[in-house]
Structure formats: C-alpha cells, structure tokens
Design a protein. Structure first.
Length: 425
C-alpha cells in the first residue's frame, strides 16, 4: 500500500493483530471476497504461535498442543490446513509428588497397579473421571474448580491429580478462581479427542495459514503499529503510529485486551473487564538433547508442584537429530516469573546427567500463555468479552480472551471465525 502520511485510504475490513486469531479471521474474510488488510506491529506474524530455530532444533514458544477435531483443529481443516503431526498417547505418563515418581493412571490396569493411589482413592478417581463425561459443564460456570473438586473428592491425593489435569487442560494455576466449567469442558475433550503435537512446530501452522490468507488476496503489513481506533457515523477510522489514517467498514481487534482498550480510548466498551483481566503465565524451559539418559521417561505431571514435562519429539518432527523436551511451571496469579534452576532440577530428576547431552535450550521466565482466564465470579466462559457488542457497529474482537467457545488456540480460532462470519452475514 503506497500512500502518503496524510492520505486517508478506505478498506472493507481491517484486522489489527497477526496471531492465530487475526490470520484466521483474515482467511475467512478474504476467501469470501472481502478486501482485507491486516496490520501486525511485530516483524513476524504468528504471535505466540511462532517457532524458533536453534542449531537445527525447532522450539515452539513453550509447549503447544492441538486438540484433534475440537474448535481450532476443525476450523483449520475447514480452511484447508493439514495440521500434520503425531497423536499423543497418555499411557506411561508419570506423576511427581512428595519428591517421588509414580505411574499416572491412564487406563484400568494402571489405575489398579499404580503406587500413586490407595484402594479407596482408586475408585474415587475412577468414579469421578467417569462422571465428568456425563456432566453439562455449562451448569458450573459460576462455581470455582476448587469448590467443584472439594464437593466431590474426599482424598487430597485424588484432588491433586485433578488439579494437575486442570492445569494441563487450561495452562492455568488458579483453581480457587477458575470457573469449573472452563476446566471441565477441556477435560471432557481430553477424554474424547486426541492431542496432536505438530510436525515442524506451530510455525508450520502459521505459514500455512498465511499462505491461505495471501492467496485469497488479503494484504499483510508487518512492523505496522496502530495507535488509535475511532468509530464515527458508521465508519471506523484507523490511526497508524506513523501518522497515516485509514477508514474501513469493520475492524477486528485481534490483540491483547489492554492494547485493544488503549486503541479505543475513552469510548472503549472493554472498561468493565479491565480490572479483572489476569493473564495466564508459565515459566518455560525448552531443551534439546542428543540422547535421553532415561528414554522411558517421556511425560510427567507435577501433582503437588505445578510442573509439566514432555518429550515432544516422541510424536513430532522438531529436530534433525536428538530430542526436544518442553518443561513448564504453571504460575499462580501472584507469580509473574519462575526459576530456570527449579525446572532444571526437575529435568535432572527425570533425565539424570542431561547436561552432558545438551544441544541447545531456551528459557522463558514468564511467558503469557493466554491473555485471561474464565473466572467463576464473572460467570465463566459466558462472562468473557463478546465478539461483538450489539449496539456498536463495525467493531469486533477475537483472541483467546474473547467469546464463549474454547480456550487458548481454540478460543482464538473460534472467536475469529465468529467475527468473520458475523461480518459476512
């Protein structure tokens, strides 16, 4: 787009934000024939879906997984994306508690034989897991996950297992605040939908999505910051940081909530959410090893500590040689960063002597996993920011903090599709 700083250019739809949500919305709109321009302030598209390459190894920005046949996967398939990768087998996952490792139950045999549980605890876990599949999660929007657990589980050990399931399902570590519904839905999904680790990392998804968008005719602008969004007399006025002004019929804000609120200024409809928004954060250590000192240990969840460990190259192509391990500590709201040494010690427990086999690594002390989480006091997923406010024409939102469907990438894709289809309606 070659325009001077003082020129005002009119476009059908402008999308601000080039992560999964922005690119997904752009794909649907451009394929439907809309004139679409997308603006991303960073040099690269993809947001947290980017993948870093170091010494022949592909590191996602922390651990990423895709629920097969759930919101995001279904939407990506609708757009023609392959989403190639390996389906994760939960069998053999370890549970870490009281400084010891135990087999985490993944079936009836492991439930009956694991040293993790005593007799009554086994049946309590089995009974509760079976009941989760028959629940209607929407009935528990305004109940915290902690309250839900305490009402159903008498054993501390069994509650700890379910708390770990909740962390891996939502990446959140705030059971006293999280809506039970927001945790139960992905727990149901985990029982009925497989999890995929993507070959080539999530950057392959971003690359394929970008290819769909550009082939459909959308124009992508990187290193382009937007300073203000104004809604006047049925039109949207976009002010770029370089002084250029654009007008459009609709704008989709696919950026973090505080950035969207700031762009909209005094008339932002997001004001009621600004005091309650809390990002989900995690400390992430990603390691590539030439060899695994203990090749049998490929997956582990902390039960009394909020840890995650998984050898992703067991299922996905991420390295020319060697093995890629993702570790994380799910941070509670009061903690903003985690310790690299703490995660290295956890890795030493699982893979003794791992430093002797090190190829390369990356550490993210306080990665934002999601921009917000569904809280019981706000009505769970129903209390999140809507994709569109009925009384505001031309303004739409998309992201992992928007809409009533899914969480993480599922929420990003679902809200993006809803924003696009609402514009096309």
């Amino acid at each position: 787009m070659n325009t001077s700083r003082s020129t005002s250019t009119h476009i059908d739809t402008i999308i601000i934000g080039g992560g999964i949500a922005g690119l997904t919305a752009a794909a649907f709109l451009a394929k439907a024939g809309r004139q679409v321009h997308l603006f991303e302030r960073a040099e690269q598209l993809g947001g947290r879906g980017r993948t870093n390459e170091k010494e022949g190894v592909l590191f996602n920005i922390g651990a990423h997984a895709l629920y097969k046949n759930f919101y995001a996967h279904t939407i990506f398939q609708e757009l023609g994306l392959a989403c190639k990768g390996g389906v994760v087998d939960p069998a053999g996952t370890l549970g870490y508690i009281d400084g010891e490792l135990h087999m985490l139950p993944s079936g009836l045999f492991s439930l009956l034989t694991t040293s993790l549980l005593k007799g009554t605890q086994r049946w309590e876990l089995l009974r509760t897991l079976a009941s989760v599949g028959m629940l209607t999660p929407e009935s528990y929007e305004d109940i915290s996950y902690q309250d839900w657990l305490e009402q159903r589980l008498h054993s501390t050990r069994t509650r700890q297992i379910f708390e770990a399931f909740g962390r891996i399902s939502t990446y959140g570590n705030a059971p006293a605040l999280q809506s039970a519904s927001a945790v139960l839905k992905p727990l149901q999904c985990a029982n009925t939908h497989s999890v995929i680790y993507l070959d080539g990392g999530w950057q392959t998804l971003i690359h394929d999505l970008t290819d769909v968008v550009t082939k459909a005719g959308a124009v992508l602008h990187t290193k382009s910051s937007i300073s203000q969004v104004e809604l006047q007399q049925g039109q949207v006025h976009i002010h770029k940081a370089d002084g250029q002004q654009l007008t459009c019929e609709q704008v989709i804000l696919a950026v973090p909530p505080r950035a969207a609120h700031r762009m909209l200024g005094a008339h932002s409809p997001l004001t009621p959410w600004m005091e309650t928004i809390q990002p989900i954060k995690a400390a992430c250590l990603d390691v590539a090893l030439k060899e695994l000192p203990n090749p049998e240990r490929t997956s582990c969840l902390g039960l009394d500590e909020p840890y995650y460990y998984s050898v992703h190259t067991k299922y996905a192509q991420l390295a020319e040689e060697g093995h890629v391990i993702h570790l994380a500590k799910y941070l509670p709201p009061e903690e903003k960063t985690g310790s690299k040494e703490e995660l290295e010690s956890f890795l030493e427990l699982l893979q003794p002597g791992w430093r002797e086999h090190l190829i390369t690594s990356q550490f993210l002390p306080g990665m934002t996993v999601a921009q917000d989480f569904a809280k019981a006091e706000s009505g769970g997923l129903q209390g999140r920011v809507p994709v569109q406010f009925p009384d505001i024409k031309g303004l739409y939102f998309a992201g992992d903090w928007v809409g009533t469907q899914g969480q993480l990438a599922d929420a990003s894709a679902a809200s993006a599709k809803l924003a696009a289809t609402s514009i096309l309606a």
